[in-house]
Design a protein around this ligand. Structure first.
Ligand code: KG4
Ligand code: ZN
Length: 378
């Protein structure tokens, strides 16, 4: 198979990222510039600010990725860029730059679906460790701030194909982490801080049975039933109700005031501001989300007789999610793979890795293509 150094560019949300990956398996560089500090005061990503920050960062980030890889604009074999899904304005920054670069250098340009990138982050991770062989059917849970999807993946004549067999009906799991952190005034983004705080609470303290969507297929024709769907807006509302019923508003307000004076709050800043009730609530929330993700994914795996499981996306960085998947999948003798934490959250290495099979079959972008905010993965 021909070798190729591919420059990946990713700008779909709040990370400006560029990376060089050799032949889908060797990570030569991986530069991720996070905009967390920009969006932190708002408790969520502000699309206009994201586009502005990508514009500022894209040229130096790409230059740095080439430098770290020991490559140059001339030496790379192709350029890969995220086409969607994501914020349209943010995607356009990466796409416009990738198009200009490909045109000026006369190099092929490859478009990658962001979700396919997350799946290939697992392959990249495993291939770096050595020769990786997987058995099909392969099921991938892509779980991040914007997505909660189950994809059956297969290889068709060198290219990858996907069937979406489950999705969230409302909020993504990462979105629930971020919203719960916001309503409890724990900081932004919510996932990493809840992950760290949950270790200090009792996960059995608050009984959340609400993540499960029970009768969601009632009345839906059989051929349109989706037994593997998720729903995370209910638990967010349940947390809010708990805060009100248990009289926690004042504690939240005090924490909010205290954290407002700290530029980039860390666990050491937040933990002393959390009472037992808050820690128990956070631990119970995380336990409920993790149990739901694991149970529904393993149900789907059983039903489709899956032989390999991938868990990827920002929420795959969660320690309890990893530990629970490892334990439960082992009981079913199902091999489960995650990317390292660095490759779980948004990055461009996964985009460059996903582009390699397309490079091999000459699946290059039409110069007319544009950003697609809701691009589906097939
Ligand atoms: O994949 P990603 O970087 O961006 C999207 O494509 O959305 O995922 C970001 C999401 C955020 O919602 C963040 O709170 C969540 O991943 N996240 C986590 C953890 N680290 C990041 N959620 C739970 N536990 C974590 N350790
Ligand atoms: Zn992502």
């Amino acid at each position: 198979m021909p070798e190729a150094s591919i420059l990946g560019i990713e700008s779909s949300c709040d990370e400006t990222a560029a990376a060089v990956v050799r032949s889908g398996e060797k990570l030569l560089s991986n530069v991720v510039l996070s905009q967390i500090a920009t969006h932190q005061p708002y408790g969520g990503v502000v699309p206009e600010l994201a586009s502005r920050e990508h514009l500022r960062a894209i040229v130096p980030v790409v230059r740095r990725a080439l430098y770290d890889a020991g490559e140059s604009y001339e030496s790379i074999d192709a350029i890969a860029v995220t086409q969607g899904p994501g914020l349209a304005g943010a995607l356009l920054v990466g796409i416009s730059y990738a198009k200009a670069l490909a045109f000026a250098l006369g190099k092929p340009l490859i478009t990658v679906n962001h979700l396919e990138g997350h799946i290939h982050a697992v392959l990249l991770e495993e291939r770096q460790k050595g020769d990786f062989r997987m058995d099909f059917p392969l099921l991938a849970l892509v779980v991040s701030g914007g997505h909660t999807h189950l994809f059956l993946a297969e290889q068709r004549e060198g290219a990858w194909g996907y069937e979406n067999i489950g999705r969230t009906r409302d909020d993504a799991a990462g979105e629930a982490f971020d919203k719960v952190a916001k309503l409890l005034a724990l900081g932004y983004p919510g996932g990493p801080i809840i992950d760290a705080l949950a270790r200090h609470g009792n996960p059995q303290a608050v009984p959340f049975g609400l993540v499960q969507i029970k009768h969601h297929n009632r009345g839906v024709p059989k051929d349109r039933q989706t037994p593997h769907d998720f729903s995370f807006s209910g638990i967010k509302t349940a947390v809010l109700r708990y805060v009100e019923l248990e009289g926690m508003r004042e504690v939240v307000a005090t924490r909010q005031k205290a954290l407002a004076t700290i530029a980039h709050p860390k666990l050491e800043d937040v933990l002393p501001l959390c009472d037992r009730k808050t820690l128990d609530l956070v631990a119970s929330f995380q336990r409920a989300v993790v149990e739901d993700l694991v149970a529904k994914t393993l149900d789907a795996a059983r039903e489709r007789e899956v032989r390999t499981l991938f868990v990827t996306g920002g929420v795959a960085a969660n320690s309890e999610l990893r530990a629970t998947f490892e334990k439960e999948a082992a009981m079913e003798r199902l091999p489960v793979y995650f990317p390292s934490r660095k490759l779980s959250t948004d990055n461009a290495a996964m985009i460059a890795a996903a582009a390699y099979p397309k490079f091999l079959i000459g699946d290059f972008a039409n110069p007319e293509f544009s950003a697609e905010a809701s691009l589906a993965l097939r």
